[in-house]
Design a protein around this ligand. Structure first.
Ligand SMILES: Nc1ncnc2c1ncn2[C@@H]1O[C@H](COP(=O)(O)OP(=O)(O)O)[C@@H](O)[C@H]1O
Length: 192
């Protein structure tokens, strides 16, 4: 497995604007990783690969979900949720990435999950706050991410859930469970 080959192949999966987003996610993730006990090579690899399948056709993603026995419940929700879990399978099969932490960072970068590792949190937040993102409340999350990643996660999950409710869209239950988990974590931290 060679990073240059992975970079080239990833670039070929997406339009230039999404590749530029990927590079900003990598840079943001590397900055968030400062002072955290994470392997920077893993941060870079997970960031590069996180959107590998983002522009694959829905039929191809659907076939991969079935073929790899991924949760079929995903098919009942927004298509945007499919590329993370499929991306993790592709990273394992095409790029021989066996590191579960990297695979989980790719797998859960859109939905989150309770008990995320530092690497998973970094990729989730970097995707959310990279400098190309512009929406109300983003600067608050950027500030939080510098001092307390759990608080930043909670705020970004709250924002996403509120956004989906306002758009009258279904919320994937794992994201609700994740939000409740991080609310508890933040409340415990505030009490201690
Ligand atoms: N828990 C969820 N349930 C349903 N849809 C969701 C959920 N989380 C995110 N989404 C949808 O996915 C989109 C963002 O997915 P993401 O992987 O971050 O893509 P992008 O990088 O293009 O923002 C949101 O705009 C929303 O429409």
């Amino acid at each position: 497995m060679n990073l240059e080959q992975i970079i080239q192949a990833t670039k070929e999966q997406m339009p230039l604007s999404r590749w530029e987003h990927t590079l900003r996610v990598r840079d943001t993730a590397m900055a968030l990783a400062e002072g955290e006990s994470v392997d920077l090579q893993k941060v870079e690899l997970a960031a590069i690969l996180h959107d590998y399948c983002k522009f694959w056709p829905a039929e191809k993603l659907m076939a991969q979900i079935k073929e790899n026995n991924l949760p079929e419940e995903l098919l009942l929700y927004n298509k945007e949720l499919w590329h993370g879990p499929v991306g993790a399978e592709i990273a394992r099969k095409e790029w021989a990435i066996e590191d579960e932490d990297i695979l989980n960072a790719i797998r859960y970068h859109t939905t989150g999950r309770p008990g995320m590792s530092p690497l998973e949190k970094i990729i989730f937040l970097a995707d959310y706050i990279e400098p190309g993102r512009q929406f109300p409340g983003i600067d608050k999350v950027r500030q939080m991410a510098k001092t307390n990643m759990d608080q930043a996660l909670l705020q970004s999950l709250d924002n996403t859930i509120t956004f989906l409710i306002e758009k009258r869209q279904k919320v994937y239950p794992l994201t609700l469970i994740t939000r409740n988990y991080y609310l508890e974590q933040v409340m415990l931290q505030e009490r201690s």
